[in-house]
Design a protein around this ligand. Structure first.
Ligand code: PLP
Length: 406
C-alpha cells in the first residue's frame, strides 16, 4: 500500500480497522475524520438556526452554512454562491428542478432522457409528462452500456425543452460525453440538466467547461452526510423559476393574502435547512479538493482494470459496461451464471466484502442491457489493491463452492 493511500484510508474511522472490504461507495461513501469532526463541532459548539441572526450561535451557524455553499461552488468550478441550492440528495435536487422547470413547459413540449438513468432522473419527469402532456424521448444505450449518441439529431427536436442525463451511469460506470449533448440542446434552445450523483465522488467537476445549465448531486456519495444534496443552476435559469416548496426562510414579505419571495438560492430552501449536513458536505468537498486527483485517477484506473481483468477470468462471470478505462469510472457491475445476485451479495458479505446487488434503481437500464439484476463493486478514494484482491478471492471461492455442489 502506498504511503498516500495508507494516509487516506487511515482518515476513515469506519475503514481503518480493516473489518470490512468496502466496495459499495457508489451507494454511499464512508466519511473521513475531517467531516465527522466538523459535524461534532457544529452540534456541540455552533448549533443554531440559519437566517435568524440575533445571537452568536445563530450567526455562527449561518456563516458556516453559507461557507459550505462556497465550498460547493469551488468544487464545481463556479464563482457564484447564489447558484448553489441545498436540497435533499440528488433525488431532491432533480425533483426541485422538475417541479420548478416543469411549470414553464406546455403540452407537446419534449424532454430527452436516457435509458441508463437512475430512477430519480426518470420517475419525476414521467410524472410531470403525465400531468402536463409532455413527450419523453430516450437516448438508447450501446451494448457496452454507454449512451448511444448517434440518435441525438433525431431525438433533440425543436420541441425539446430539456435534456436530462447522467454524468456517469451507476450501473455501467460509463462517463457521458456531454459536449455533443450540450451542442444538440443549444441548437434548439433546450436546457441541459446533468445528474452528477456518480461523478462527483470521483473528483472536482468543471461546470463552466461542461457548459451545462443544471447539475445535481448527493452529499452522502461524496464523503459527506446523508440528507443533503445540491442543485447547481445558472443564475439566469434560477431567476426564472418559481419556488418549489414554500414556508419560512424563503419569503420576503407575507400578508394574509399573498407572499413575495427571496431571490435564489433562499427562494428554493423553504424551512430550516439541513444545516449540519450542509456544513458536513462543505467539509467533505474541501477535503476532496485537498487530494491529488491525478494520483487518485491513476489509482482508480489501475483498480478498475484489476476488477475487470479479475472478473473476466472467472468462469460464468460477465462484467457489464465498457471494457476500457477511457471515460469509465470504478463502478463495475457483473452477473455470475447460476447464482442469483442477492445470494451472491450475501455470500460476499459473509466473507467480509460489501457490494450491492439488484436492479440498482435502474430498471430501464437493466432491460436495455438485457439483465434482470446485477452485482456491483464500486471504488472510493480509499479503495486499494488488497480490497479488489479480497473481493475477487471471495467471489472465486463462492463460484468454486457452487460448482462443487452442482
Ligand atoms: N443518480 C444516480 C446516478 C445515482 O446513482 C443515485 C443513487 O444511487 C441517485 C441519482 C440518487 O441519489 P440519492 O438517493 O442520494 O438521492
Amino acid at each position: 500500500m502506498s504511503k498516500e493511500l495508507a494516509s487516506i484510508k487511515g482518515q476513515f474511522p469506519s475503514l481503518r480497522d480493516g473489518g470490512v472490504v468496502y466496495l459499495d461507495t457508489a451507494a454511499t461513501a464512508q466519511m473521513p475524520d475531517r467531516v465527522l469532526d466538523r459535524l461534532v463541532g457544529f452540534e456541540t459548539s455552533g448549533r443554531g438556526n440559519v437566517h435568524d441572526g440575533g445571537h452568536r450561535l445563530a450567526q455562527r451557524a449561518f456563516d458556516q452554512y453559507e461557507a459550505a455553499r462556497g465550498s460547493v461552488a469551488r468544487f464545481l468550478g463556479v464563482c457564484a454562491n447564489d447558484e448553489i441550492v441545498f436540497s435533499y440528495g440528488a433525488t431532491g435536487a432533480i425533483n426541485l428542478a422538475c417541479f420548478t422547470l416543469g411549470r414553464l413547459f406546455v403540452p407537446g413540449d419534449e424532454i430527452v432522457l436516457s435509458v441508463l438513468e437512475h430512477h430519480s432522473n426518470i420517475v419525476p419527469w414521467q410524472r410531470l409528462a403525465q400531468e402536463r402532456g409532455l413527450v419523453l424521448r430516450f437516448i438508447p444505450a450501446t451494448p457496452k452500456g454507454r449512451l448511444d449518441l448517434s440518435f441525438l439529431g433525431d431525438l433533440v427536436t425543436p420541441r425539446c425543452r430539456l435534456v436530462a442525463v447522467t454524468h456517469c451511469s451507476n450501473v455501467t460506470g460509463a462517463v457521458t460525453q456531454l459536449a455533443p449533448i450540450v451542442s444538440a440542446a443549444r441548437a434548439v434552445g433546450a436546457l441541459v440538466l446533468v445528474d452528477g450523483a456518480q461523478r462527483v465522488p470521483h473528483g472536482p467537476v468543471d461546470i463552466p467547461a461542461l457548459g451545462v445549465d443544471l447539475y445535481a448531486f448527493s452529499g452522502h456519495k461524496a464523503y459527506g452526510p446523508t440528507g443533503i444534496g445540491v442543485l447547481w443552476a445558472r443564475r439566469e435559469v434560477l431567476a426564472g423559476l418559481e419556488p418549489f416548496m414554500s414556508g419560512g426562510q424563503m419569503i420576503e414579505n407575507v400578508t394574509l393574502e399573498n407572499a413575495t419571495f427571496l431571490p435564489p438560492p433562499q427562494r428554493f430552501e423553504a424551512g430550516t435547512p439541513p444545516i449540519a449536513q450542509a456544513i458536513g458536505l462543505g467539509a467533505a468537498l474541501d477535503w476532496m479538493l485537498g487530494l491529488d486527483w491525478s494520483v487518485q485517477r491513476e489509482r482508480e484506473a489501475e483498480l478498475t482494470e484489476a476488477l475487470l481483468d479479475g472478473l473476466d477470468r472467472l468462469p460464468g462471470v460477465r462484467p457489464i459496461g465498457p471494457r476500457t478505462l477511457v471515460l469509465r469510472q470504478g463502478v463495475v457491475s457483473f452477473t455470475a451464471e447460476g447464482i442469483c445476485d442477492e445470494t451472491l451479495c450475501r455470500e460476499l458479505d459473509r466473507r467480509g466484502v460489501a457490494v450491492r446487488s439488484g436492479h440498482l434503481c435502474a430498471q430501464p437500464a437493466m432491460s436495455a442491457l438485457g439483465v434482470a439484476s446485477v452485482t456491483r463493486a464500486s471504488l472510493g478514494c480509499y479503495s486499494e489493491a488488497a480490497d479488489v484482491e479480497a473481493f475477487l478471492n471471495a467471489l472465486s471461492e463462492i463460484i468454486r463452492e457452487r460448482g462443487r455442489r452442482a
